[in-house]
Design a protein around this ligand. Structure first.
Ligand SMILES: Nc1ncnc2c1ncn2[C@@H]1O[C@H](COP(=O)(O)O)[C@@H](O)[C@H]1OP(=O)(O)O
Ligand SMILES: [Mg+2]
Ligand SMILES: [Mg+2]
Ligand SMILES: [Mg+2]
Length: 312
């Protein structure tokens, strides 16, 4: 079915449906109240929601697209076999299927794609009750570049046709644009968004000071921070330290760039998202909704800080 629709569009449409299901899993685990927190490392936690949402996403996509390379944050789960049948999603979002695939992506094959999955971005915030910061991220990279992606917000409250609804799904596709929300222009004065739970070392705080910002918005998750840019609440996303990984930035970068923005490291270089790259984004994150704001930020980052991160 839908075989005539180019693969990249089908995969994005499946990712939207799968992310919605994963978001419900995230809510269900929280309402049951048994988070099953495991400490993976310093300031690095995993909950039952991270584990179950990962299983749902990976199993659902692998069943439909068997030759796809899928890399998930929680890949090292020991009991990978345990997937509840109710988690296997084969629905496909009909609205996304209608998108006109840009010519340069029409011939993309499963072998050219790496899907980067962050089943729950903002785990610290999830465990601390900052639920609106939590997102589910599915990023689609073709030949190392993020070209499509989904950011799902399980706790976003909206009213659709008079009814209260929970959750929304933002998508982006290069050459087509973005959807699932209303983009807004950046704020009049510079507003920075940065981490709230992974403390910036002193030299990284320096990167915030030099931006001359009127406000610093400290929120959790890479997905939620990029949404702050897209919705006009912040101008620049600065994280001048290691800690983020490819699954944190792939979907946000795809959507931001589909909207005309830019996400790079602190040196201004793009990350690569091929199957064999190292997972950590060791040289930080610098992102903005347009090239002008990105250049404004990049020019101000102290060279010494760039050197420190590059040599880590
Ligand atoms: N030191 C770190 N250790 C583990 N994950 C990190 C670290 N720093 C950032 N991250 C990941 O990047 C996301 C964005 O970081 P921050 O909110 O600090 O700006 C975090 O939600 C977390 O993703 P996750 O919650 O999926 O583990
Ligand atoms: Mg994590
Ligand atoms: Mg994450
Ligand atoms: Mg995560």
């Amino acid at each position: 079915m839908y075989g005539s629709v180019p693969l990249i569009v089908r995969l994005l449409a499946s990712s939207v449906s799968v992310a919605n299901r994963a978001g419900k899993i995230v809510r269900d685990v929280m309402s049951k109240g048994e988070l099953g927190i495991v400490e993976k490392g310093k300031d690095d936690y995993q909950t039952e929601a991270d584990r179950s949402a990962q299983r749902c996403i990976v199993a659902s996509l692998a069943a439909q697209y068997p030759n796809l390379k899928i890399i998930g944050e929680e890949d090292s789960l020991e009991d990978e076999g345990e997937v509840v049948s109710d988690w296997l999603v084969n629905e496909i979002d009909k609205e996304i299927l209608k998108l006109q695939c840009p010519p340069n992506l029409q011939e993309v094959k499963e072998e050219d794609i790496v899907v980067w999955v962050d089943p729950l971005d903002g785990t610290s915030e999830y465990t601390q009750g900052f639920l609106e910061h939590v997102t589910v991220l599915i990023g689609i990279a073709v030949n190392e570049t993020p070209v499509a992606g989904v950011i799902h917000q399980p706790y976003y409250k909206n009213i659709v046709e008079g009814d209260k609804k929970i959750g929304r799904t933002i998508w982006g596709l290069h050459g087509v644009g973005v959807g699932g929300f209303t983009p807004a222009p950046p704020p009049e004065s510079i507003v920075i968004t940065t981490t709230r739970s992974h403390s910036n070392p002193v030299e990284a705080e320096e990167a915030l000071k030099v931006m001359n910002a009127s406000k610093v918005l400290r929120v959790g998750g890479a997905g939620y921070k990029v949404l702050q840019l897209l919705e006009g609440n912040a101008s620049i996303y600065v994280f001048a330290s290691p800690g983020c990984k490819k699954w944190d930035t792939c979907a946000p970068e795809a959507i931001l760039s589909a909207a005309g923005g830019k996400l790079t490291d602190i040196l201004g270089n793009f990350y690569k998202y091929g199957a064999n790259v190292t997972k950590p984004n060791k040289t930080g994150v610098l992102a903005a909704v347009n090239n002008e704001l990105h250049s404004y930020a990049l020019e101000r980052i102290p060279e010494k800080l760039q050197e420190t991160l590059a040599n880590k």
